[in-house]
Write a protein that binds this ligand. Structure first.
Ligand code: FES
Length: 163
């Protein structure tokens, strides 16, 4: 596949040139998110309105406009998780960590996002932390999981968060 260079990054190039989405993928692949400055420079370099970059970046959930936290927290809001209280679980996580959905804590430790079904409905409601699945979550389990005391958190996690 033919490639072009944008901001010094290699970007796959179709018959009509590079697309906004491939440029965004390249930028996020390099920085881990989409820095405002990089989007502005790319828009100038390609002579594309900046709004085009933001339209695509905000449409697709895979794009991040802010740096990702060191730890990723994902709550499933698919049907099975929803009927078993995922909304309440997500609110508890948000309150406990002090972070909104789609955002990162001020200290850069946690990012919180929601996804649809991940195919583990028997574990509903499900929370995934750094790729590790925590099923049948409750508000109490959330508070234990994200306790300020890391030692206690590790012990609680390894013991299955039993209540
Ligand atoms: S709905 Fe949550 S894992 Fe399927």
């Amino acid at each position: 596949m033919k490639k072009n260079t944008v901001l010094g990054l290699e970007v796959p190039c179709g018959p009509n040139g590079v697309s906004v989405i491939t440029v965004l993928q390249a930028i996020q692949g390099y920085y881990g998110y989409l820095p405002e400055e990089a989007l502005e420079k790319a828009a100038r370099e390609l002579k594309v309105p900046l709004i085009d970059f933001y339209s695509v970046a905000t449409f697709y959930k895979n794009f991040r406009l802010a740096p990702q936290g060191r730890r990723e927290v994902v709550t499933c809001t698919g049907t099975a998780c929803h009927v078993r209280g995922s909304e309440k679980i997500t609110e508890e996580i948000s309150r406990t960590l002090g972070v909104d959905i789609g955002s990162t804590t001020e200290d850069g430790e946690y990012s919180l996002k929601c996804v649809n079904c991940v195919g583990a409905c028997a574990l509903a409601p499900l929370v995934i932390v750094d790729g590790r699945y925590y099923g049948q979550m409750t508000s109490l389990k959330v508070r234990r999981l994200f306790s300020d005391n890391p030692t206690k958190t590790e012990q609680t996690v390894s013991s299955g968060l039993s209540e």
